[in-house]
Structures are given as structure tokens and as C-alpha cells.
Write a protein that binds this ligand. Structure first.
Ligand code: C2E
Ligand code: MG
Ligand code: MG
Length: 643
């Protein structure tokens, strides 16, 4: 019972007592004075009315002290305060910029405020009675919501970032606080979710990031971001034991353009340069603008300086066409400085500094060119890059030739087969040997085209020889280790065989020991697939790699070619003698044929034959030559020559 009701009950009992006393006196005292029963009844009636009037009068006169005593004023004040509080809460509810949503314990929305309408785009009548899951964005999985409900259940509230969907369909981030509101009995009756729209904050955060890390004119990463990425690239390269490169690109005489055409056109040119360079490279390369007319290229995976030099050449080539600036064609050139990790620099900062020093060198050397930080390498790299671009042209212009070197049977001395060897008929330099251009072709990726072309030419030639009934049983073609890594070599070879119609049994593919050993498992698989085509396989330059005998046993190889390095010392060099004998024994034990290459002296042929080597190839028999020049009857007797 409250204080107020206690007091009211007390006052009523007190008044009841007074009424009782009044009644007693009118019932028992009044007859002592009034003896006439009719008058007595009249008096008693009047006294009753009088008591009523007196009570009412006392109540009226004493109302204030009475109310004060009963605490009604406090009640009034409290009621007033409650009303005020409700009014304020409702004003806050409606004027706050945070969205508010109230649900009942069944999860139905019972209230939303004005900000809710502004943020979500839903009108109250569209959402009242519905479940808040209406706003789910689909960005969070079920476990997210489970954790949220668990937190509300255990702690009575949850707050965090949540992505919801507006009426327009747009998904946006909110910071939301959900609390359960308990009733008098302690049970949760309502849930109140208060949320703010974070999309503006996120946007401005993004804009700040953008401004701090990107160049305003070109939209490219700036120096800060480039340095960050370079640091990451160096760390990743160190971990993966590979290289990376930094190229600084500076426009030549950009100041003249600014001075003569104005800064606005200068800016337009920089934008055009940025766009063009951006189009030249993939995601492996970060293009940045460091300020002014200076750009940078960070190459995350760059094994060799030749690769970096080729990229620099690509940049220079990109400047060959004019840039369109406000309807005017502007020509520009650039100078490039290159530094490499780990050759020139061991940190991102050093990489940038050394690329800058190299750039200075390139400028001093006469602009429109590139320079490597390490001086000696520059000329070499330039030569190789030039060679690569010339080689590309050579393939297009049909400057490649195939020469054939006969392989002789050391017993009958007759020609048994030929090895196809590529040559480059350079318009100025004459015949260029493959030793010079094959490594360049391998680095620049041109080897795929070259090997395919040689294979096709050799198979076609072999068909012609067969038609002419030339006495030879095979043509051998060299396959680069690069081709081995591609995985679909067998598909390509099968296609050439189909196209040329050559019997696969007449084709032999030569792979070097190192090609096989760089990824033995994959190589063994590839060799099996090739072998299934019906052709023969030989290991070239045998003895120079680190073949594991165990792996050799698993390879479907029919021939070992003893490297000419071991043949050169025969028969005098004891080591060579031992090695050659070992290889022959090994081949025999594995049921393989042996071929010795590089036979320049008849003594070498005698020794090889006496040691059990079956086939021989070398200048003493014949040099590589055009197909038409092969003399099929040529069968020189090395024993006679020795004698
Ligand atoms: P290889 O496959 O070991 O070829 C043998 C090399 O030794 C050839 O050099 C040949 O001319 C040379 N040679 C032959 N007999 C003698 C000799 O008595 N003394 C000396 N000193 N050398 C001799 P070439 O034609 O310059 O080819 C060099 C290498 O280039 C080849 O070594 C092969 O690895 C590669 N190659 C040639 N043609 C192709 C091709 O079409 N594709 C691929 N991927 N590589 C090729
Ligand atoms: Mg070979
Ligand atoms: Mg060889």
C-alpha cells in the first residue's frame, strides 16, 4: 500500500469516527432534551444534514492543508514531470538524427521515428506490424544474427556495425544499438533499435584515403602509396626468393610544353600519358605519379634485368604515337631509370633512390632511353631487348631457317637420321646461331612460336624425304624447357603431326636434362603423354644436369645424347673417358640408345664405337646444313682416317 493510500484511509477512518460520534450523540443524547417524538425525529434529521454540510464545509476549508498532508501536490508535481518527460522524449524521438525502431516482444515493429523514414525511405505505415528482417541486406550470414540475438538475450543489448537495405534497394552500413525494455514483471516487452547511417562517414573516409594516396590529376597512386606497395613487394619478393623492379619514367623537356602551351595543356598531356601507360600493363605492375612529370612503375615479379629493360622499351614505344590534347597532337618522349631488387637495392627506399640515380644517367646520356642502376648491365640488356624485338620481326618476315645435321650409325657409318637446328638469316649480320637468340627467345616468350615453326618445318621436310625415299629413319627436333612448362606441349605436337601427316615413329623430340629436372614430376607426366603419341624421346646434353637415376628410370626415354663437352676430351682425358663409359653403360642397362654429339676427330668416333656407342653426330661427319645439301651416301670411315 502506498503512502498516499495509507493517509487517505486514515483520514476516512477518522472522519468515520467523527460521524459515528455525531450519530451517537443525536441518537442517545438528544432525547434527554427533546421529548416530543415528532420534534426529536425532525431534530435528528436536521442534525444529519448539518453533519453533512459541516463535513463538506470542513473539507472545503481544509482542502489545502489536507491535500498537502495527503501528498497530492507531490503527486501532481510528479505527474506534471512525467508529462514533461514524455513530451521531451517524443520530441527527441522525432527530432533525433538517429533512426529509431521499436518492436514488441513478437518482433513486430510498433514505432518508428522521422529519421527512420529519412534513412530507410520507408513510411511508417509500410513497416508497422512487419519484422525488421525486411531490411536485411544479405551481407551477413546466419551466424552473425545468432550472435546478435544471443548478446541481446544475455546482456540486454547489442551494438555494432550492420549492413541493411534501404527501400531503394541500396545496401548501406549502420551503427546500431539494440536494447530490450523490460516490463514491471521483468520480462522484455519491447526492443528498441537506435541506428545511425554510416555511409556518409565511410564515404568521407574513402575520400580522405583517396586524397592521401592518389594523385588528384591522374587518379594514379601517389608517392606515398607507391612506397607502401614497394615495401610490400620487396617483402614478398624476399620471401618468394624472386626479384622485383622499379622503373622511374620522366618526360623529356616537359617544361617546354608547360612554358609554350600553358599549364592546362601540360596537365592534359600528363593525364593522357597516365592513361596510355595504364593501358599497357596488367595488375602485376603498379603505375604511380610521383609528382610533376615523373611516373613510376613497380613490377612485383621481375626475375631479370632483361625483363625490366623490355618493360622500359615498351614504355618508350608507347610514346611513339602522339598524345591528343585539346584536339592537338603532341609528341613527347621519356627517359627511364631502372633499379632491381635484390641486385641493386635491398629495400623499397633504396629501390626508389637507385632508380632515380639511373634516371639521371639516362637523361645525361641523351634522353629518350633507359638506364639500369648497374652500369655494365645496361648495354647488355639493351642489346638483348633489341634482339628480342628484331627476332619478333624475323619470325613475321620469315627469316628463320632450319638446318639439318646428319646422325651417323657408328657401325655402318651410314646416315640414320638428322637433327633439325634453327638458324636466323639476319639481313645484315648473316646467319645467327641459336646459341645467341634462343635464350632471348625463351625470356621474351617467342620460343613457343619458334619451336612450333621448327617442328612444323622439320616434319614437312621429313615427309618430303620419305617421299623421295631418302635412307633415314628419324628427324630430331629440339624442344625448349620453357615449352615443357606450358603443359599442353603434347596437344601442340599432336596437331603438327596431324597437319603434316608424318608418322609419329619418325619423329624424335630432344629435351635437355635441365628442362626435365626443373620440375621432374610434371616433366615425367608430359613425357608420358608425348610418348603416347607414338614418337621417340631423347635427353639432350646428357651429363650436364643433375639427373637422378631413379627419375631417369621412370622416364619413357629411348635415347641419351652424350654432351659434346665430354666428347671433346676423348680419348685422352681420363675423366671424360670415365664419364662417357659410364653413360654408355647406363644407357645400355636401361635399354636406351646412346648418341655422342660434337665428334670432331676420327679418334673420338673410334673410341666411342669401341666403347659401345651406337650413334654419332659432329662436324667430322657433317656440319648442320640446308636440307637440299645433305649427301645421303656420305659414310666416312673413321678407322681409315685414324690409321
Ligand atoms: P644441341 O641440341 O645440343 O645441338 C647441337 C649443337 O652442337 C648445334 O649447335 C650443332 O651445330 C653443334 N655441333 C654439332 N656438331 C658439332 C661439333 O662437332 N663441334 C661443335 N663444336 N659443335 C657441334 P647449334 O646449331 O648452334 O645449336 C645450339 C643449341 O641451340 C642446340 O644445342 C639446342 O639446344 C638449341 N637449338 C637449336 N635449334 C633449336 C630449336 O629449333 N629449338 C630449340 N628450342 N632449341 C634449339
Ligand atoms: Mg639437340
Ligand atoms: Mg646437345
Amino acid at each position: 500500500m502506498t503512502d498516499l493510500s495509507r493517509k487517505a484511509l486514515g483520514a476516512a477512518i477518522f472522519h468515520g469516527w467523527l460521524t459515528f460520534l455525531w450519530w451517537l450523540s443525536s441518537e442517545y443524547l438528544l432525547p434527554f432534551w427533546v421529548h416530543d417524538p415528532a420534534r426529536l425525529q425532525q431534530w435528528q434529521q436536521t442534525s444529519g444534514y448539518l453533519w453533512l454540510v459541516l463535513s463538506a464545509l470542513a473539507l472545503f476549508l481544509l482542502r489545502r492543508p489536507l491535500v498537502r498532508w495527503l501528498g497530492g501536490e507531490e503527486l501532481q508535481r510528479r505527474q506534471d514531470a512525467d508529462h514533461d518527460r514524455l513530451r521531451i522524449a517524443s520530441a527527441v524521438f522525432d527530432s533525433t538524427r538517429e533512426g529509431v525502431l521499436v518492436t514488441n516482444d513478437k518482433g513486430q515493429i510498433v514505432h518508428v521515428n522521422r529519421a527512420f523514414v529519412d534513412i530507410t525511405g520507408y513510411q511508417p505505415e509500410e513497416v508497422l506490424g512487419r519484422n525488421p528482417s525486411t531490411f536485411k541486406s544479405g551481407r551477413h550470414d546466419a551466424s552473425f544474427y545468432t550472435r546478435m540475438y544471443q548478446a541481446i538475450g544475455a546482456q540486454g543489448q547489442w551494438s555494432g556495425e550492420i549492413w541493411n537495405r534501404r527501400k531503394s534497394g541500396e545496401v548501406y552500413p549502420q551503427w546500431q544499438n539494440i536494447s530490450g525494455i523490460q516490463g514491471n514483471d521483468g520480462r522484455v516487452r519491447h526492443y528498441v533499435a537506435v541506428f545511425s547511417d554510416l555511409s556518409a562517414i565511410k564515404r568521407s573516409e574513402q575520400e580522405r584515403m583517396q586524397m592521401a594516396h592518389y594523385d588528384a590529376l591522374t587518379g594514379l597512386p601517389n608517392r606515398l602509396l607507391l612506397t607502401d606497395r614497394a615495401t610490400e613487394a620487396v617483402a614478398a619478393a624476399r620471401e618468394a626468393k624472386r626479384g622485383c623492379a622499379m622503373l622511374l619514367v620522366d618526360l623529356d623537356h616537359f617544361k617546354n610544353i608547360n612554358d609554350s602551351l600553358g599549364h592546362s595543356r601540360g596537365d592534359q598531356l600528363l593525364k593522357a600519358v597516365a592513361e596510355r601507360l595504364n593501358g599497357c600493363f596488367g595488375t602485376e605492375v603498379t603505375l604511380a605519379r610521383l609528382g610533376g612529370d615523373e611516373f613510376a612503375l613497380l613490377v612485383k615479379n621481375c626475375q631479370q634485368m632483361v625483363q625490366a629493360a623490355a618493360l622500359a622499351q615498351k614504355v618508350l614505344d608507347a610514346f611513339k604515337l602522339p598524345f591528343e590534347v585539346e584536339g592537338q597532337a603532341l609528341f613527347s618522349t621519356a627517359s627511364i631509370g631502372i633499379s632491381l631488387f635484390p641486385n641493386d637495392a635491398l629495400s623499397a627506399e633504396q629501390l626508389l633512390r637507385n632508380a632515380d640515380a639511373a634516371l639521371f644517367k639516362a637523361k645525361r646520356r641523351g634522353r629518350e632511353g633507359y638506364a639500369l642502376y648497374t652500369e655494365e648491365l645496361t648495354a647488355h640488356a639493351q642489346q638483348r631487348v633489341q634482339l628480342a624485338s628484331e627476332l619478333r620481326r624475323a619470325i613475321e618476315q620469315d627469316e628463320l631457317r632450319v638446318y639439318y645435321q646428319p646422325v651417323h650409325d657408328l657401325t655402318t657409318r651410314q646416315i640414320r637420321g638428322v637433327e633439325a637446328l634453327v638458324r636466323w638469316e639476319h639481313p645484315e649480320r648473316g646467319m645467327v646461331s641459336p646459341g645467341e637468340f634462343i635464350p632471348v627467345a625463351e625470356q621474351s616468350g617467342l620460343i613457343a612460336d619458334i619451336d612450333d615453326w621448327v617442328l612444323r618445318a622439320a616434319c614437312t621436310q621429313m615427309r618430303q624425304w620419305q617421299e623421295a625415299q631418302a635412307p633415314l629413319s628419324f628427324v630430331a627436333v629440339n624442344i625448349s624447357s620453357r615449352q615443357f612448362g606450358t603443359g599442353d606441349l603434347d596437344v601442340q605436337v599432336a596437331k603438327v603431326l596431324r597437319d603434316t601427316g608424318l608418322d609419329p615413329g619418325c619423329l624424335e623430340l630432344e629435351v635437355t636434362e635441365s628442362a626435365v629436372m626443373s620440375d621432374p614430376e610434371q616433366a615425367i607426366e608430359q613425357l608420358h603423354r608425348l610418348r603416347e603419341l607414338g614418337l621417340n624421346l631423347a635427353i639432350d646434353d646428357f651429363g650436364t644436369g643433375y639427373s637422378s637415376l631413379l627419375r631417369l628410370k621412370r622416364m619413357p626415354v629411348q635415347k641419351l645424347k652424350i654432351d659434346q663437352g665430354f666428347v671433346a676430351g676423348l680419348p685422352a682425358d681420363e675423366d671424360d673417358v670415365a664419364i662417357v663409359r659410364a653413360i654408355i653403360a647406363l644407357a645400355r642397362s636401361m635399354n636406351m640408345q646412346v648418341l655422342a654429339e660434337g665428334i670432331e676427330e676420327p679418334q673420338q668416333a673410334v673410341f666411342l664405337h669401341d666403347s659401345g656407342c651406337e650413334l654419332g653426330q659432329g662436324y667430322w661427319f657433317a656440319r648442320p646444313m640446308p636440307a637440299a645439301m645433305i649427301d645421303w651416301q656420305h659414310a666416312p670411315d673413321f678407322r681409315l682416317s685414324v690409321a
